[in-house]
Design a protein around this ligand. Structure first.
Ligand code: 2RA
Length: 394
C-alpha cells in the first residue's frame, strides 16, 4: 500500500477493499528466515572487533518479536556504528536468522554472560523479563529498556530523545523508553508547552491491537474472517488477548483496572507524561480504548494552555518540531490515519482546532506507528543520543 508521505497537501484517498489483506504487512515486517540449522549457541557469536573499528557491540533481546524486529530495522537505518550484533530471543525465535546491514545473524538463547560483554543492550522484552535481566547486567552495558519495568523509578531516566534527550546523562546503567501512547502524546505536548505553557490535558486513545502483541493481531484477524465467512457477528472472543471480541468492536479497557476505575494504561499516560515533561503536577486525565486496527495508535487530545494559542501558529510550531509531521487540511480531507502511518518514524498531527468550550484550548488528532515510532525508533534514538554524548563507546 502506498500512501503520500508529503507533509503538506492532499492525502491519497484510502484504497477500498483492502481487507482482509492478502499478506498483512505485520506478517512480513521481519527481515528473517527460518533456519534449518540447529539453534546457534552463544559460543558461536563473535564479539571481537575488527582492527580499529570504532563501532559498538550491540545486543537486541526479544529480537524476533513485533518490537524487536522493528528495533533491528531502526538500528539498520541509524548512523550508529555497529561492529558486532547479538540477537537473542524467545525459544520461538531461536534458530531463525535475521538480516542486518547485509549480513545474516542468528537469534540465540538469551545469555546474561554474553550480554555483559557488549556495549549496549536494547530490551524488547515484557516487564517481568526486563526486571530479571537488568540487575545482573549492572555495571556492564548501557541498557535501553522498552518495557514498563523501570519507567517510574526515580533513578531511571524516562526518555523521548526529541523531548528530554539530555536526561540520558543521568543514567546509572538503564534508560527507559515510555509507553507507545505516551511517546506520541509528549512529542506533541512538548513544543506546545514551550510556546504556550501547558495547563491541562485530556486525552482519549484509540489503540491498535498490535499494542497487545502478536496473539492479539491473530485474534482480530480470526474474528474478522469468521464473521465474514459466516455472515454472523462473532460474540465470543476467538483468543485470550481481549475479554470481548475486538472485530468490528471497541473495548474501553486496556491493561488492568486500578482501584479508582482508571486502567494502568491510562495511568501510564498520566504519570509518564508528567515525568518526561518535568511537570509533576500537570492536570491530565486519560481514557484508553482498544480499536480493531492492526497497527497505529490514534489520540484525540485537548490541550489547555496559559497563553491563548492561535491555530495556524500552533500548526507551524508543531510542523517545525523534530519528528512531527502536520497533515491538516479539512477542505481536502487531509488528516492522518493509522493505515497511512504504518512503517513511518514520525508522529502525525491533524484536525488542529480551537476548543469551543475554552478560549485557551486546542484540540488535536495525533497518530503514530505504535511499534516503530512508539517503541523501536525511540529506543534506537535513546542509544544514538547516548552515543553522541559519549556515554557509550565501542
Ligand atoms: C498497548 N500501549 O497498546 C500498550 C502496549 N505497550 O497495549
Amino acid at each position: 500500500m502506498t500512501w503520500r508521505t508529503a507533509s503538506a497537501g492532499r492525502a491519497a484517498a484510502p484504497r477500498e477493499g483492502n481487507f482482509p489483506p492478502a499478506s498483512p504487512s505485520w506478517k512480513s515486517a521481519a527481515p528473517e528466515r527460518a533456519s534449518s540449522v540447529a539453534a546457534e549457541s552463544s559460543s558461536s557469536v563473535i564479539l571481537v572487533k575488527k582492527g580499529d573499528d570504532p563501532g559498538m557491540k550491540v545486543a537486541v533481546v526479544g529480537a524476533g518479536g513485533l518490537v524487536g524486529r522493528r528495533i533491528l530495522s531502526a538500528l539498520e537505518e541509524s548512523k550508529l556504528p555497529v561492529s558486532a550484533l547479538v540477537l537473542t530471543g524467545h525459544s520461538r525465535s531461536v534458530g531463525k536468522k535475521m538480516w542486518f546491514r547485509g549480513e545474516e545473524h542468528p537469534v540465540i538463547k538469551t545469555d546474561v554472560e554474553l550480554l555483559r560483554r557488549v556495549d549496549a543492550v536494547l530490551l524488547a522484552t515484557p516487564a517481568e523479563v526486563s526486571r530479571q535481566l537488568v540487575p545482573p547486567l549492572g555495571g556492564g552495558p548501557l541498557v535501553v529498556d522498552t518495557s514498563s519495568a523501570f519507567r517510574l523509578d526515580e533513578a531511571v531516566p524516562l526518555v523521548v530523545p526529541e523531548v528530554n534527550g539530555p536526561a540520558v546523562r543521568r543514567h546509572r546503567g538503564v534508560i527507559a523508553g515510555p509507553n507507545c501512547s505516551t511517546i506520541q502524546m509528549v512529542m506533541v505536548l512538548h513544543p506546545l508547552h514551550h510556546k504556550y505553557g501547558l495547563r491541562r490535558v485530556v486525552v482519549t486513545t484509540y489503540q491498535s491491537v498490535s499494542g497487545a502483541g502478536y496473539a492479539a493481531m491473530k485474534q482480530l484477524e480470526s474474528e474478522v474472517r469468521v464473521w465474514l465467512a459466516s455472515g454472523k457477528p462473532v460474540l465470543v472472543p476467538r483468543g485470550d488477548a481481549f475479554p470481548y471480541p475486538i472485530a468490528f468492536n471497541l473495548i474501553p479497557h486496556i491493561d488492568a483496572f486500578t482501584a479508582d476505575g482508571y486502567t494502568k494504561e491510562e495511568m501510564k499516560l498520566v504519570l509518564e507524561t508528567r515525568k518526561i515533561l518535568g511537570l509533576p503536577d500537570l492536570p491530565i486525565t486519560a481514557t484508553a480504548v482498544r480499536v480493531p486496527v492492526f497497527v497505529g495508535h490514534s489520540e484525540s487530545i485537548l490541550v489547555e494552555t496559559d497563553l491563548a494559542p492561535d491555530v495556524d501558529e500552533a500548526r507551524k510550531v508543531l510542523a517545525s518540531s523534530p519528528g512531527i509531521v502536520v497533515w491538516d487540511d479539512p477542505p481536502s480531507k487531509t488528516y492522518p490515519l493509522p493505515v497511512m502511518v504504518e512503517g513511518k518514524s514520525q508522529v502525525f498531527v491533524g484536525r488542529v482546532r480551537r476548543d469551543l468550550s475554552s478560549p485557551r484550548g486546542l484540540l488535536l488528532w495525533v497518530v503514530a506507528d505504535n511499534l516503530l515510532r512508539g517503541a523501536a525508533v525511540n529506543a534506537v534514538g535513546i542509544l544514538e543520543t547516548a552515543y553522541n554524548m559519549g556515554l557509550v563507546q565501542g
